[in-house]
Design a protein around this ligand. Structure first.
Ligand code: ATP
Ligand code: MG
Length: 305
């Protein structure tokens, strides 16, 4: 296999996640640039290994969507060498390189994004979810740092670290995995499975909730569920997501009716009443900008400088 680790030259670190390091690498034979995500087991063996194998399983299943970051190879026990020469117990994913980094990086730089950009981003993410959900994959970690942008201005979903196959498993199984990662973008029924009320909940609705939070964040230029002068406190945040009566919505200023309605349809606390991916794909907020694409200057900002 030409895609073996020995053929990859490490160029830069482009991402540090909870579970590992992402490098920019060059293929020595064909000169192509890729991202290599390296997960290490040394620190937290059991949990991380399980997570890595799960991620590998999902990456292998995802093969042809323009809206999901492609994987060109998975290396178990890869041993991608570290600067100190050690190399044990890694799993590596060779990924399509997304030059402009994540939506998180972009928001940090530009703060607020105009509605037409946000509409384009939302459409790509929804198309990515339509693909994943069609394969019975629930992503479960839709947030700005997992949405990547390339130099063509395409937006794609990445990071299957906490994804799962949709099924109506018992709450117990669901709970085991649900607190990995941040809860900031999590839906009420993921934080509190009591909300299923004896109904089977496959989890697709949770991804829709997360899109609502991301869209709001893009338009407001900050994480929207905590007010600006409040100190972030997870317990308070989780309580307000799950139990508050007040509807979560965009502030009236500076937001079109279509945008406010879109966000409102995502952030419905009762998962049974929430919009589906299909409904949102034909929502006026997407239709309004359907002929737009991300402008060229948007894609000319280098992120890793
Ligand atoms: P976290 O636990 O923080 O979500 P993670 O360890 O699961 O992170 P990823 O989310 O896959 O790792 O990647 C971490 C960061 O690395 C991303 O936010 C992004 O900035 C960068 N990154 C990941 N994959 C790519 C890629 N294919 N192209 C360019 N940058 C990438
Ligand atoms: Mg991530």
């Amino acid at each position: 296999n030409d895609n073996c680790l020995a053929n990859l030259e490490k160029l830069d670190v482009i991402g540090l996640g909870n579970s590992g390091t992402v490098y920019k690498v060059r293929h020595k034979k064909n000169g192509e640039i890729y991202a290599l995500k390296v997960l290490r087991f040394r620190e937290n063996k059991e949990g991380l290994q399980q997570q890595a194998l799960r991620e590998a399983e999902f990456l292998r299943r995802v093969v042809d969507s323009r809206f999901v970051v492609m994987c060109h190879g998975v290396f178990e026990n890869g041993g991608f060498e570290e600067s100190d020469g050690s190399s044990s117990g890694d799993v590596c994913f060779l990924l399509e390189y997304m030059e402009r980094g994540s939506l998180h990086d972009l928001l940090r730089k530009r703060q607020k994004l105009p509605e037409d950009y946000v509409s384009i981003i939302a459409r790509s993410v929804l198309q990515g979810l339509q693909y994943l959900h069609g394969m019975q994959i629930v992503h479960r970690d839709i947030k700005p740092s997992n949405l990547l942008i390339n130099s063509k201005g395409e937006v794609k979903i990445a990071d299957f670290g906490v994804s799962k196959v949709a099924n109506n498993n018992s709450n117990k199984e669901y709970l085991n995995n649900s607190y990995m990662g941040t809860c900031a973008y999590m839906s009420p029924e993921r934080i509190d499975p009591e909300k299923w009320d004896g109904n089977s909940c496959y989890g697709y609705e949770g991804d829709v909730w997360s899109i609502g939070v991301v869209v709001m964040e893009c338009c407001m230029g900050r994480f929207p569920l905590i007010s600006e002068d409040e100190k972030p406190d997870w317990v308070t945040l989780m309580c307000s997501i799950c139990f508050e009566e007040k509807k979560l919505e965009m502030p009236e200023t500076d937001a079109s009716i279509e945008l406010r309605n879109f966000v409102g349809r995502c952030l419905v606390r009762d998962w049974r009443e929430r919009a589906t991916v299909e409904e949102l794909l034909s929502h006026p907020f997407l239709i309004k900008f359907q002929n737009h694409s991300l402008p060229s200057f948007f894609t000319c900002v280098s992120n890793y400088s």
